[in-house]
Design a protein around this ligand. Sequence first.
Ligand code: D5M
Ligand code: FE
Ligand code: ZN
Length: 566
Amino acid sequence: MPLETPSRIVRELARRGYNAEREAVTLIASAADPATALGRAVEDAPDDALRLTAEDVRTVLEADSLAADSPTSPAAGPSSTPAVTPDSSATADSSATADSPPESGPTGNDGTTHHGADERDAHAEQPSTRDPSVSTGTPPDTSPDEAGGVPPETEGSWERSSTAERRSIEIEGDVTGRSTGTGEYEQFVTVFRDRYERLSKRLRGRVNHRPATAIQEMTGGSDASMVGLVNDVRSSANGHWIVELEDTTGVFPCLVTKDRDIADQVDELLLDECVAVEGTLADDAGILFVDSLHFPDVPRTYRPTTADRHVQAALISDVHVGSQEFMADAWHRFTDWLHTREAEHVEYLLIAGDMVEGVGVYPDQDEELDVVDIYDQYEAFSEYLKEVPGDLEIVMIPGNHDAVRLAEPQPGFDEELRSIMSAHDARITGNPSTVTVEGVSVLMYHGVSLDEVIAELPEEKASYGDPHKAMYQLLKKRHVAPQYGGHMRLAPEEKDYLVIDDVPDVFHTGHVHKLGWGKYHNVLAVNSGCWQAQTAFQKSVNIDPDAGFAPILDLDTLELTVRKFV
Ligand code: D5M
Ligand code: FE
Ligand code: ZN
């Protein structure tokens, strides 16, 4: 096959059993005759080498004078790089505040479709709106397969700064290898007790709370406060809200009258989340009239940590290899771009679940499978992953389509799947996990609970159009999947791995296949879209996925640039 683009070179090298340094691929791409250069480099590589280095390639290029002799080498052609105008690409300003910047979301090719561009978000602290919508520039009208040509940035050789020793990744909160849950009733009691202990701690300082049993003994008319998990929310005959809270001693009913400001906050309540209330007991002491309601929340003063050098991470999810709708061309464009100079600072790739389409995940899913065997799907995914430059650090968590247990927290891929995906030496961790990259903590969670949050909350607080707002709710509740029993399955471990103990600097999810990002109390929330075109099911329920985008995060400023590869 012709070898004009990095992804093709990488595929050809993979076919011959090699992984390669990014610069090695760049050098081959820029050779006068890439096919010959590749063949010679492979021939001359040490027998035991698994990874072709830039040095290996340079040696053969110099020996055989295969290097391109002018910038207009025969290999050069029209650009196949993604067409995003850098100066108009979307950024999420790190100085922005809650619910801030993005009336985010991709624009269509005609630049007209905006997520959240309607002014449903009427928060007072809304900063002046720039237009942070993704610029599409002029998308290439040919697919990379037809485009033929080396992206200009890959012409000639360029040195990547040698930064491997400055990299760091630490992982916390990973259930992999620690799962003890067998699903017995007592274990659910334990995990909810742990949830209560850890979340109530955040609220105890703010209210002078009493246990449910103590409140039951208090006299009518006294002030009282309680911290509890939401056991039930129902409306009374006259339209007020009755919120039943449960702590480790018992339950107590609380009444929020419909004409109070806080009635608006009742809309945000999910079952099983932890909240605090303050109020006054009714004369008969049978119910608490609520004056204020508090969530564990992220402090408004939270200051994120940033990396101390200019380095970037690509945040993606929902690749869905094995689906007929997997967008291979967009993926090739993305991986080609990763080989270009423009992407030289991208040193990390964080993938938030749904690597493959899986089998039997949804009814009738098999009709849309391109690869029907789950292991073959991972083999195929592994081939696509090989297109990613070998010098990127990759971290992956599973999602609901992956071949791990569905119940959350989900452990990382097992040995068999790891060995299938071993070419890249990716770090494999559970869903959720906190991945700290050069000091920046990224809470990675696939996002199944987002469906629940979006279904339960009013449109302006959480919607598929603004998935980051649903993420804000999870941050506010300090729990990635508060409501038990709906879409989200819970595995009762000895502790609640889904509690957000430490405030992350970045919260990265996927699952809903929509792109959206913004800052909540200075935490950057990013839902990263997908690489799967609309499926028949999605069409039937009007889900219009944002496919083929890669949000690129500056770890030194926490600014985000979304690049489009379709
Ligand atoms: O799900 C992608 C999005 O689409 C997520 O919001 C769930 C929704 N979805 C997709 N297929 C179905 C079916 N069959 N039933 C209900 N909801 C669905 P993902 O799991 O990443 O494919
Ligand atoms: Fe998905
Ligand atoms: Zn999913």
